[in-house]
Write a protein that binds this ligand. Sequence first.
Ligand code: FRU
Length: 499
Amino acid sequence: YSEEELYRPEFHFTPKANWMNDPNGMFFYNGYYHLYFQHYPDGNVWGPMHWGHAISTDMVTWVEKPIALFPDEKGYIFSGSAVVDANNTSGFGEGGKIPIVAMFTYHDMDKEKQGDIDFQSQAIAYSLDEGLTWEKYADNPVIKNPNIKDFRDPKIVWDAVNKKWIMVLAAGQEIMFYSSKNLKDWEFLSNFGENVGSHNGVWECPDLFAMQTEGTDEIKWVLLVSVGSGGYNEGSATQYFVGDFDGKTFKIDPTFKDHLDKNNASWIDYGKDNYAGVTWSNIPDTDGRKLFIGWMSNWQYAIKVPTEKWRSSMTVARELKLTKTDNQYQLKSLPVKEISNYVSKTVKKSSISIEKGKRTLLTNNTLVDFKSLDIHFKINNLKEDTYTFCFDNKRGDSIKFGVNNNKQFYFSDRTASGNISFSKDFAPNISKAPYAANGNDLEVRLLLDKTSIEIFYNNGETVMTEIFFPKNPIEAFSVKSENFNFEIENLIINELNFN
Ligand code: FRU
């Protein structure tokens, strides 16, 4: 197999060629979901940043478009966001055309090289052709650097209650909140993060949005903050906070403190490969979903992964939900429902008896094509045992996952997944996630796409996303328990087809 055939995902977005990192500027307009991304079109490692662009009608399959924003004399184009300015608050609209306004960070390399610390500032650009081409604003930057070294990744959100734009920005290890009436003049409001959250790395790519707590009328605000290192399984990862925002200040909900782990954080994904993710803007109220996508890699090894032609993919687009059980807020994620439109074959088994200590095959490549699968199953009444699921091939490459119900953790294990030697940080151990008990019943949904696994435990309460690079394609799916026989209930294996 050539690298291309073996490693390029079937449906997760990858750039046609060269480097990609964070998703940027996502908005929905006129039937299309737009996805921009940190892109270096001239090389397969990080370099002068552009905004690449892709569009989709369903967030599952993507069409890459021409580059949207190029670096210029003011700097590289770092991460940011975009909004549909339907009321033309910016005045950029012309001849009845609705402007799309993007806000990004200029990173001035020359200033950085000189040793100055004020090399990042915020700038805007607008598009009058639905996001295809962009005009940078003549008076950029719109927010100058206030002498803070890391000062970047503006995410704009419309505050419908206070009728103004709110912007969240990562500044060192804090979040700064700003507001504006016209997207050009920005007023500083407040900051957040001093005594809470993981501070093991620089804060990046924040997002702020209001959500209804499922099954209630209660509205809470969720703040996402990516942190460069010190994730639950080391490396870069994205934390979240649930609280209230009054148009000026974000306050974490007092009950949410109980939700924080040893790093004082709570994670949207416990796998090693979901970073810098944010949500789409302008999703119609009739839809009402909070839709998220992340970069499916980790700064620990992103520039070393064994693909040459392209580097990095995005996660599957996910719907976020906020739940409250036993007085605990929890952000859940599941793949967008649109994925089910691509099911080409289904293998179903209502119940399978598994004998302890024995590897039991659940399916293999004579029954389904392993390129991309969407799998669901349940186990009721977990015993004090370890339940290990395994994708592998005859060569012996394996990706394992499951639950250790003795020590109470979920895991994902790529330590024998094939090519792991490109970085010592790629698979030093198995990855773990804290166990969120569900009356001892386990429900699993997972997506497999050639070089990635996204595991959604208990309806998306705990998520683990990990990439891997097997030397041969995966051919089989099996399971093993150690000490107790058990039943797998409602196994559904959906083969996905994108041709
Ligand atoms: C996050 C990040 C952002 C920055 C961008 C640069 O991965 O470091 O903070 O804007 O990548 O490419």
